[in-house]
Design a binder for this molecule. Sequence first.
Ligand SMILES: NC(=O)C1=CN([C@@H]2O[C@H](COP(=O)(O)OP(=O)(O)OC[C@H]3O[C@@H](n4cnc5c(N)ncnc54)[C@H](OP(=O)(O)O)[C@@H]3O)[C@@H](O)[C@H]2O)C=CC1
Ligand SMILES: CC1=C(/C=C/C(C)=C/C=C/C(C)=C/C=O)C(C)(C)CCC1
Length: 322
Amino acid sequence: ILGVMLLLMIAAGLGLVTLLVVFFKPQIRQYGAGGVCQSAATLNGKTVLITGANTGIGKETALDLARRGARVIMACRDVDKGEEAAAGIRGAYPPALVEVRELDLADTCSIRAFAETLLREINQLHVLINNAGVMMCPYTKTVDGFEMHIGVNHLGHFLLTHLLIGLLKRSAPARIVVVSSLAHNFGWIRFHDLHSQGSYNSGLAYCQSKLANVLFARELARRLRGTEVTVNSVHPGTVNSDLTRHSTLMTIFFTVFAMFLKTPREGAQTSIYCALAEELHAISGKHFSDCAPAFVAPQGRSEETARRLWEVSCELLGVEWD
Ligand SMILES: NC(=O)C1=CN([C@@H]2O[C@H](COP(=O)(O)OP(=O)(O)OC[C@H]3O[C@@H](n4cnc5c(N)ncnc54)[C@H](OP(=O)(O)O)[C@@H]3O)[C@@H](O)[C@H]2O)C=CC1
Ligand SMILES: CC1=C(/C=C/C(C)=C/C=C/C(C)=C/C=O)C(C)(C)CCC1
């Protein structure tokens, strides 16, 4: 009897929770959606480059900026997936000026080839959105032997930005948006083992790379003072996207809790805000979430760590960037 009563109580509890969720669905969704970019700014005549634009947050950012009149270059490692996404964007907004170019951030030759062609073919770049990312993949190395998270999420974007910075300066006012994460709070830069050769934890490797994103944005902002090129980092929120593809547990979790998470369109709002909001025209080196300034962990505010990471990144990539 006790067992039956317990089962009945669990069933009643579950039923009540389901009822509450169904009843308060609009409120839950509104809260989950987070901040919305309220700017009505248009981008006619402006050129925007977004990495990892074939899916998730990147694709929704591309659609929004194309709707505002920008020429959007979608830099994707899989051109077929990119073309499919571009077709979707043109379907949703037929006048969209979107084009797909191949860029594999896990290969410095691909990054150099991409930048070389781009610099030959376009003479203005007003917004660069370093959006592409990989999370919790098994231990893998990039073509150049970097651990995949730090290689793609940080070093790949570092090199890309280095190669395009002249173009951005010539196009000023220009903006750089670095898509980081709340996960930077749980990361630290392991200078003694940046590529996790000693020990590897996929979650911590991701957190390290997202901390590197925050530090890179701050250090670059410092170096860009007086250029009219600004750079800010972003936490997009917890977004139901393909990012969890390497973790079955996370994928199940995200599917079950989908209603509480942001959709990719909602997750794109802070990137869009940092790319175009009028009030941010002179703001640089800051971190944003939900279209508002956000907390940065102490390890993300360390000037010394930022400088050291900059030097190590230059060394690993064989570039000089003062
Ligand atoms: N979703 C979330 O909850 C959060 C996301 N973020 C950040 O937001 C950004 C976008 O993620 P999200 O849209 O959610 O994830 P998705 O997995 O949906 O999109 C990631 C994009 O990055 C691309 N990418 C991965 N590796 C490479 C590479 N080597 N070269 C070029 N492109 C590559 C992917 O291409 P392909 O499809 O071909 O693999 C894809 O287009 C990431 O930087 C992520 O860290 C931050 C906090 C939370
Ligand atoms: C704990 C918890 C959740 C999980 C949060 C997770 C798993 C966040 C993942 C963040 C990521 C992927 C960041 C990427 O940079 C939910 C689902 C919101 C439901 C409420 C309780």
